[in-house]
Design a protein around this ligand. Structure first.
Ligand code: NDP
Length: 457
């Protein structure tokens, strides 16, 4: 092993140029560290190339059908709108190309060397990429995750979010297995684009883990948009017919036929076959890399951030973890990321925004809890005629008045909840919310005008 830092090729070698890896590498490069990053797929990783960004672009594109429907109530004559799906996909692809170039430029601007190919650990200080070996004082594992599919007969006929974001033709009938983030978001996109969407959930409702009020309202709204949601059902096997259609055998011996099948049944960390365990990095049984609060693995000079650690699998979390690591190692600014009250959104139709504890979690963790909830028809729906209800909800610790959680379903919920997350991070109380003057007319003002708690049963 080299004696001094300069005997290593790099100070930091990052495996994986997704959100976490790029953020950490750039920050380290900006502090003068000699940094390299390797990537086997497209630069930008899951979020930019196969997740958040293309998903949201397609959601914007598909949702115009809803805006056009709403417009007729306001007097617009819009005729029979049609979506040119290949045109939308091409526009999305062009945007991803543009973003990938920006990522390359940002890495170069931060003096991070980009090495294309799959990285593999040879020892605690050596990474091999495309047959070439590089040594580094520190190594960062930021390899992300990949869709996980249950092993049932015929599963090879199913696609995942990766392929769904690249479908050349819009399927007439689409079935989605799984009702988590990806399941409900893709159901929203494809139904708005014109597919007939059926969801198959093994549980009793969508978005397990979210506030029950929000889950119920979302399922209602999705059904009102023509999405069929079947609960407590499992797929036993999948068969491909000569017509190209897929036939699904369900667990109560029922068959359904579909043109495309998306499995959105969770994601698994990309932690295998890159030499981690061989050099002493510990993995949990779910494949997540074990790290401490400073993102350090069982090998002291090897760090891991983002989805490969399978903690909170969200882009901004990976970015924060990556930057905390770089600040700690290369700027003498040790940071332990605060993982409390991380806001999140689901870009369903309508979207969901949430921060802090759900009502059920709060009742479990706190002795006395008050809930404030408002359900109302948004102003736009009065004229558009859409049967939509917004729900806003605050969960409050009764003795202290501290707001423990804020939840919303309705247009702009993600934008609104981002602001509330700051207040909750600062420990805002219900009194602080009450003392805040609302902005009228908005849906957001409901968060500061709810007077009476929901009566206890
Ligand atoms: P989720 O864990 O959110 O949801 C998985 C869904 O699949 C659940 O409904 C689960 O059911 C179901 N499921 C799991 N295994 C099976 C199985 N064997 N058979 C049938 N159903 C099954 O995973 P996603 O794939 O939707 O998303 C992965 C992660 O990506 C998210 O958890 C999130 O961290 C991230 N993400 C974030 C987004 C955002 O921030 N907007 C968008 C997209 C993804 P049950 O509820 O019963 O467990």
């Amino acid at each position: 092993m080299p004696d001094s830092d300069l005997d290593f090729d790099f100070d930091l070698f990052t495996i994986g140029a997704g959100s976490g890896g790029v953020a950490a590498s750039r920050r380290a490069g900006e502090y003068g560290a000699r940094v390299a990053i390797c990537e086997e797929l497209r630069i930008g990783g899951t979020c930019v190339m196969r997740g958040c960004v293309p998903k949201k672009l397609l959601m914007y594109g598909a949702s115009f059908s809803e805006h056009l429907e709403d417009a007729t109530g306001f007097g617009w004559e819009v005729g029979e709108p049609t979506l040119d799906w290949p045109k939308l996909m091409a526009a999305k692809e062009a945007e991803l190309d543009r973003l990938e170039n920006i990522y390359r430029r940002l890495l170069a601007d931060s003096k991070v060397a980009l090495i294309e190919g799959r990285g593999r650990l040879i020892d605690a200080h050596t990474v091999e990429v495309a047959g070439k070996r590089y040594t580094a004082k520190y190594i960062l594992i930021a390899t992300g995750g990949w869709p996980a599919l249950p092993q049932i007969p015929g599963i090879e006929h199913a696609i995942t979010s990766n392929e769904a974001l690249e479908l050349e033709q819009l399927p007439k009938r689409l079935t989605i297995v799984g009702g988590g983030y990806i399941g409900v978001e893709f159901a929203g996109i494809f139904s708005a684009a014109g597919s007939r969407v059926t969801m198959l959930l093994r549980g009793d409702n969508v978005l397990r883990g979210f506030d029950s009020e929000i889950r119920e309202r979302l399922a209602e709204a999705m059904r009102a948009r023509g999405i069929e949601i079947n609960t407590e059902v499992q797929v036993r096997s999948i068969d491909k017919r000569s017509s190209g259609a897929l036939s699904l055998l369900l667990d109560h011996d029922e068959f359904i036929e579909t043109d495309a099948l998306i499995y959105a049944t969770g994601r698994a960390p990309n932690s295998r076959d890159i030499g981690l365990e061989e050099v002493g990095v510990k993995l949990r049984s779910d494949g997540g890399v074990v790290v401490d609060e400073r993102n350090r693995t069982a090998v002291p000079n090897i760090y891991a951030v983002g989805d490969v650690t399978h903690r909170i699998n969200l882009t901004p979390v990976a970015i924060n973890e990556g930057r905390a690591m770089a600040e700690t190692l290369f700027n003498k600014n040790p940071i332990i990321m605060d993982r409390r009250n991380i806001a999140t959104a689901v870009f369903s139709r309508p979207p969901v925004g949430t921060v802090g504890l759900t009502e059920a979690e709060a009742r479990e963790q706190h002795e006395s809890v008050e809930v404030y909830c408002s359900r109302f028809r948004p102003m736009k729906a009065t004229i558009s005629g859409r049967e939509d209800r917004v729900v806003v909800k605050l969960v409050v610790d009764k003795p202290s008045g501290v707001v423990l959680g804020a939840h919303m379903i309705g247009d702009d919920a993600p934008e609104i909840v981002q602001g509330l997350a700051v207040a909750i991070k600062c420990g805002a109380t219900k009194r602080d919310f009450d003392a805040t003057v609302g902005i009228h007319p908005t849906a957001a003002e409901e968060f500061v005008t709810m007077r009476f708690p929901v009566p206890e049963d």
